[in-house]
Design a binder for this molecule. Structure first.
Ligand SMILES: [Ca+2]
Ligand SMILES: [Ca+2]
Ligand SMILES: [Ca+2]
Length: 340
């Protein structure tokens, strides 16, 4: 056991040194600067083309398998959203695909499984990422359909890999930002693209301002669309403004019927459009059947006692976290800390 601890300790130290070297090579960036656009909605970050990797930090918003199909043969995809914190008001999608539409750009099944494992686990600690973790993502940028993603630029060459490192496990999901539809739609029910004037931050509003953020819309009803996994719905408020919803692949869309009447909605503010000034939607990746808020409430209403890793299940994963610190003291002044 002691030998294993030594190995783990050396591995962590090695990882730490590698991360420190890496941190000096890749400069830290913000989600806001990654998502900056011009008047036509085109990304303006200086590293959209150069082979220069950027590093951003933030909170994981979703489980990949609840957002895209990660087991669909060569069409398999993987995607998580990372939201910035404090003044870094934006979020970035991190994306990978098994088949990049070219015979020389297809991962084999084993390579794909290895890549999924690599990006789903912290390289330093045998830790599987989950929503609410604070992580650092380093990778190349690519502008696509209105937003700047971190991805592999459609290459299976390992030089194009992105990496994800754990900063704080279970830091918690950000509080969803409450918006009303008149902040993102005008009186003609058209999208308000962008009112971000760099010189005048107090006026910032519009869809670009909320892109990549976990948002909440209260007191709306579902006015169109078909309920079910991967489907699209429309919500409408009391003034008649509407907004598209994209449903994810979470099991709740099959287990529970569509909520009826007036509801609230919590999801990720997303954009997907070849016209970069429209095509916004709120992506709800799962539903827990609570009938009043269309969302997966895991983490938004607190956690069960004992749910140490905050995945909304009390199980062996929590026990492992407890065992890791068993009999350790964080305050050596306590008498208990002197007990061998
Ligand atoms: Ca955009
Ligand atoms: Ca790769
Ligand atoms: Ca748990």
């Amino acid at each position: 056991m002691k030998g294993r601890r030594n190995i783990m300790g050396k591995r962590r130290l090695f990882c730490f040194i590698i991360m420190m070297i890496f941190a000096t090579i890749c400069s830290a960036d913000t989600h806001r600067s990654l998502q900056a656009v011009d008047e036509f909605g085109e990304g303006t970050h200086p590293y959209l083309s150069p082979a220069t990797k950027v590093t951003v930090e933030g909170i994981i918003l979703n489980r990949s398998e609840y957002m895209v199909n990660i087991a669909d043969g060569n069409a398999s995809q993987w995607q998580i959203y990372i939201q910035g914190e404090d003044s870094d008001h934006a979020g970035t999608a991190v994306y990978m695909r098994k088949n990049y539409f070219d015979p020389l750009k297809i991962y084999t099944d084993q390579q794909w499984a290895d890549e999924l494992f690599r990006i789903s686990n912290d390289p330093c600690g045998n830790y599987e990422f989950r929503p609410g973790d604070r992580v650092k993502v380093t990778g190349l940028l690519k502008f696509y359909n209105g937003k700047t993603n971190i991805n592999e630029r459609h290459s299976i060459n390992p030089d194009y890999d992105f990496t994800i490192d754990l900063v704080d496990p279970a830091a918690g999901l950000p509080e969803p930002e409450l918006i009303t539809l008149d902040m993102v739609k005008d009186s003609s029910d058209d999208f308000i693209f962008n009112t971000v004037d760099e010189q005048n931050p107090s006026t910032w509003n519009g869809c670009e301002w909320y892109q990549g953020i976990l948002v909440r819309v209260n007191d709306v009803n579902i006015s169109a669309g078909t309920w079910g996994m991967d489907n699209e719905l429309t919500i409408k408020d009391s003034s008649g403004l509407t907004f598209p919803l994209k449903l994810g692949r979470g099991p709740g869309f099959s287990k529970f019927p569509q909520p009826t009447g007036q509801i609230d909605v919590i999801g990720i503010f997303d954009q997907e459009s070849q016209d970069w000034t429209i095509g916004y939607r709120i992506w709800v990746v799962n539903y827990d059947g609570n009938e009043s808020v269309l969302t997966d409430n895991c983490g938004l209403n607190g956690y069960l006692a004992g749910d140490i890793n905050k995945d909304c299940v009390v199980d062996l994963g929590d026990f492992a976290a407890l065992s890791e610190n068993w009999l350790k003291c964080s305050n050596l002044s306590y008498d208990e800390c002197t007990i061998p």
